[in-house]
Each structure stands twice: as structure tokens, then as C-alpha cells.
Design a protein. Sequence first.
Lengths: 478, 178
Amino acid sequence: MRQGKLLLLSWFLGCIFVTAQNKQILYDFTEIPQALMINPGMSTDFQWYAGIPVVSGISFQAGSSGLTVNDLFADDGVDFNVKVRERAIYGMNTRDELSGTYQVELLNGGFRGRNPDNFFSFGIYNEGDAIGYWFKDYAILAFEGNADQLGRKFDLGHLKTRGEMLNVFHFGINKRIDGALTLGGRAKIYSSAFNFSSTKNKGYFVTNEGQNNLLANTIDADLELRSSGLNEIEDALDNDSSLLPGLLTRRLFFGGDLGLGIDLGFTYKLNKQTVITGSLLDLGFIYSSTDVKNYTIEGNATVEGIEVILPDAFSNSNDDFWQNLVDEVDALVPHGTNDKSYIYFRPTKLYGSIRYNWGEPSNGNMDCDCNYMVSKRRDNTKYANGVGGQLYVINRPRGPQAALTAFYLRRFGRALALKTTYTIDKFSWSNIGLGLNLQAGPVNIYVMADNLLAYKNLADSHYSSFQLGLNIISWGKK
Amino acid sequence: MKNKILLPAFFLLALYSCIERQNFDQYDDLEIVPTIEASILYLESPERLLNEIPGQNFYSQDFNFDGFSVDAFSDRVLDGFIFYEIENTTSKEMEATVEFLDEGGNTIDTQYFHIDPAPTSLLQLQVAYGTGRSIEIIKNTSSIQVSVLNLGDNNSVSNLPDPKIIFRSSGKFRLRLK
């Protein structure tokens, strides 16, 4: 049971300390089938591919925008309380976040249709996603309290968090319209194991001089935490943790909350060497109705302690004034739980890029088409070099969050391709990433790592990510 | 040849990565000790009522007060203050007594106030617990008894507008959350 709780806690912390899903190295890395997952309209030349189950696509990304592990836990002799106060409590702002995702592909495959302009892909992947913004005023209230802060409004809206674990079943079509344009779409069915969100909180807590008594504490709150699927998990952990794997498996395979979504994408060649691309991912929703438990607090009240005003109070001198006060606050600021079903939207992502290619094409002799390394697609010339820029935007509880990437792609013959990226976002302005794609016969292996400069001290990194995958690819034979 | 250069470069990158020594035991040193404050009891009476109730024993009331004895507070409170403020605009000399009672109704702390008739300045008092009186008094307080004696007469009237006796109080305490 304890191990189960630790496992769940690890998941939460794991997701909270991993960061947003920008896969800038993988994006438009056309040698890699998994790049189709982030642009279904990517230009492809595979005849078919099959991902090795579970290892075809694994990605973890970690970071936090306001604070690093090293900031707090470096063995630097500075008092820990000073570090927490200066670097966390007052050092971070409400836009700082701890957020992220992981993905593990359970199944992934693709094949070209009878019409060679059509390529179909399908699969299942498991994903966990979570974000928590720095709840600054809650932290200040917890560390400092409300004393000697007359008139200061502690913003209850600082609580913004959401997270989920789900399986995604998908089927995508990639269609070459003509020599210049490729379009793609992917339909998704979401099967959620659990989710929680608390993103639309409003209100404040303030202490002022009282009208009658010395102090008046006022709360004006409109808070809600919605959750689906967590209670049965908690029960399983408390009573019989051996039930947990079965419970999660059932929910992840259509036994939990279900939802629908789509991905859209395109690739367009402006000219022979210049390409623009774009994609919109996870435009979808999930209907939460399984094991729903929502927590709410709504109302406002001002308290100045027990108030006894004579002679009126003589008439109720036997009353329990304290209990009356508690009941009054409960009535003014009711809090409770409900099991109302709800719809929530997935974090939608947008990618865009422009790339200029040059250098000797790696498949110069197109007419050869003599082995599985050579594309039949005449329009799919792969130049040795590519340079360009990418944009990434994700919809987050505090609004869109963007990243800009400059990249250089280099192909070394047909067996090796490298992509290096420089990305700026809220986590880092010195994020250099490197991806390697290796084609050993039909076996495709890719490895990617992010924010490499931070590797000299990972504990001091705001961001790091790692992706790898293993596929079997065929470009078709005569 | 290029591959022979690039692949070792990846391995070198892996070797290059490291983590400076971290001391996670520092978390044990973390102290979360907020100071909270709130009003406790407000009592007011017009002079008219003092004149209507004959004798000295004007008012006595036992107020249930669970704010101090609730576990979330009593298990964590370190020290603090209780502030009293008494405003008398009546013509009466008075004596007020505030007693803190435990669950068994036993008096565990007493505070006397002698209140001069108007015109008089605001009577203010700050009582320390934890650094003065024992914090155990606060932890064990289950109710508060307030008694007011009218040491003056039952017919005089203050020449101040809307004469009243007003008792105000608040608490300010440090809690150890961690």
C-alpha cells in the first residue's frame, strides 16, 4: 500500500517537475516516423514502418521555470530557510510553473495505401500531463501568516493546477495533394485514467481594521477543484494496492472517461528548397463522469470574532456564540463536494516552421530506387542541409505559452542525420538540443536530448528532456 | 569517418553531464512558522443599560471559545499575544474581569481591568503567552468568561454622545506548521 502511494506520488511529482511538451528536435525530422505524431501533414516517404512496442517512442521532459533543485538543495552553506524565502517564496512569480508531460508509445505503425499519395498511421500511446503554477500568495500566507499585513489581499486565484493520465488511440491520414502540398489529419480517442483541475479560482483573503472589533478577517472565495478517477485509486491504495494496476488498465482501455480529438497538419513547399509546415495537436475534449468528486468553496464573509451587543444579546445569552459564528461563516462561505460530470479540454499545441534546404541531396539518384533506403517519391528530395525556425505554442491555464527555435539539420549520407536546435522559452534562453537519427538497414534508432549546456550540472537546470525510439522502416523495394 | 567522430561525441556528452552535490537533508531544517491574527471577542453596552440594572453585577457571561483548543491550533501554537482595548464613554467607574477556563470549567488565567469613568483615555493592554504567561493557558482554553462590575451609580449620564462601554480583543500567535 505504501509502495503504491509512493508510486502515485512519484507520478504526480514526476509530472509536476517535468515541463511542457515542446518536441522541437523531433518536429519535422522527416526521417523519424514519430515526427508524424507532431505533424500529421509531414512530408513522408516511408512505404511502411512498425514501431517496436513500448520502445518506439519514449519521451520525458523535466524542468521548472522559476527554480532549480540546485537553487534550494546545493550544499552551499546558506541557511535553507533563507533560500526558500528568497528564491522560492519571494523569488518566483505566479507565472512560474512546474509542468510537463511524458509519453510512452505502446503501439505505432504506418503503411502507404494503394494510392501511393496516401499514408496511414495508427497506434496507442500513454501520456501523463500536469502543470502547477506557483501559488505565491498561498505560500506567503503559509510562511508569513496574515499578521501585520493590514489591507494586503492574498489572491486565492493563485491556485492553478491540472493534470491527467490517459491513453490515446489514434489513426492518421497523410495525403500528398500535389508536388508542393501535403496535408494530414489524425483522429484520436482519449481514454482517461484520472484527471484533476483547479484553474478558474477567484477571490481573496484580507485582514483589515475591524468596524467594531480590532481586526476584521474577510474571505471572498470562488474556488473549485474538479477531479475524476482519483477516489477509487485512493481507495485501492488504502485497502488493496494490488487492485491498482487492474483499475488503471481498465480505465486506460475504454473503461474510464472518454473523449475525442483531432490533430491537423500540413507541409507546403514554397519553392524547391524552402518548406513551411504547421500543425495543430490535441484539439479535443474528455467527458469526465467516472468517479467524479469536485470540491467547491464559494461565498464571502467578514469575521470580527464573537460579537455581543447589549441589550440584544441578553435575549440569547444561553446561545453558543462561538458555534453561531462558525455556522454563520459556513453559511456565508459554503464548502462541499459534488459529483457533477464535466468536460475538460486537452492542452492544445501549435507548431509551425520554415526551413531552407541546400546541399547535395542524399537520394540523388531517384531513378535507382534499388533498396529500402531510397524513396520512390520524386518530390521528396532530401537535401544534405536544412536550416530554419520553428514556433511552438501550447494552451495553458494562464494563457498561451510559446517557444521559438532555430535549427540546423544535417544528413550524412542515408544512415545518419543530426538536428541541432537553439530554443528560447520561459524556461531557458540557452537551450541547445541535439538529435541523432541512425538508420542501420531497416532499423531506425533515434535519440534526442535537450538543454545540453545544463548537463554540466543537471541539478541546476530549469529544463531538460530526453527522447528515444526504435522502429523498423521500409521505403519499399522493386 | 564522420560517424566515427559524431558517435563518440555523443558518448562524451553523456560523460560530460554531471550533478553537483546536493544536500536534501536540508529539508529537515525547513521551518514554517506563520504569525496569524484575528479578533476574539467584542462586547458593547450602552450606559442606559448600566443604569437599568441595579447593583454592581452588571454583566457576566461564559462564552464557549473553541478557537484555541482546536487541534489545528493547539498542537501548533508556539507563543503570542492577546490584545485588549476598552473604551468607556459612560459616567461609570467599572471593573472588568476576563477569565480563561479549561474544559472542566476551571479558571486557568485571569485578567482584571479597572476602568475609570469618562472622560478617560483608551485602555489598552497586551498580554504575552509563551514568552510571558504559559502558552499552555492558551492551548487549554475552552471558554472565556467576561464579568463587568459597575462601581458607579445607576442614574448618572455621561455628557458624551452615545455613551457606551466597549470591550475589544484580538489574538496574534505564531504557529509551527513545520
